[in-house]
Design a protein around this ligand. Sequence first.
Ligand code: GLP
Length: 239
Amino acid sequence: MKIIIDTKENCAKLAAKQYAELLNRKPDCILGLATGSTPEELYKELIALNKAGEISFKQVSSYNLDEYVGLTGEHPQSYRYFMDDKLFNHVDINKDNTHVPCGIDMTDEKAAEYDKEIEKAGGIDLQLLGVGNNGHIAFNEPGTPLDSVTHVVKLTQSTLEANKRFFASIDEVPTEAVCMGIKTIMNARKIILMAYGKNKAEAMAKAIKGKIDLNVPASILQLHPDCTIYMDAEAASQL
Ligand code: GLP
């Protein structure tokens, strides 16, 4: 793991450079994208680079990590809506090449097809991740097996609590999601994980310094050959 500790603004700029390098070297690359508040700064940087003509998404395909079960793409808290709003609507990507798991009528069997689609497309070149307060990646909650592929998950109370800030009340937070499995994520050729704030400090200390433990899903990234972690001083405060 390569670890970079800097301000949120600098982390976003440095990570954006990694994207620029990839997009210019491989214009038809496959990006694994993430939602949550963490990647927002990075997406702003990517939009700025695109508008400045320094990068193009014209040939890029993307696969998002996860989606809430029960929300259509029109729902403002759906992850499809987030991606359109925070990135896709502002860059030259072909929306037909952007993929977010479908949260409607989803079953584990249908979800696993997402892995096959990714594989058929050539595999993910660069996977972006945030981290949950409990160390989850995507919505892979503690205990998710290493060999898991895209599947339907039941969200833990801790995740419902953390995500209720986006909804009118905790009762409106969907209790299930469909998300890439640990294996899907680990298959990516490169991974970037970003973490900001003291709420992430304990999870990040366990993920980086602790033993590899299924109960801290982010710790499994220690096994990945090309993973860069960008974090601010608060997220790094327990390292
Ligand atoms: C959700 C998402 C994760 C994200 C996490 C942290 O659980 N499924 O992909 O990493 O939230 O969100 P935030 O970046 O807002 O702290």
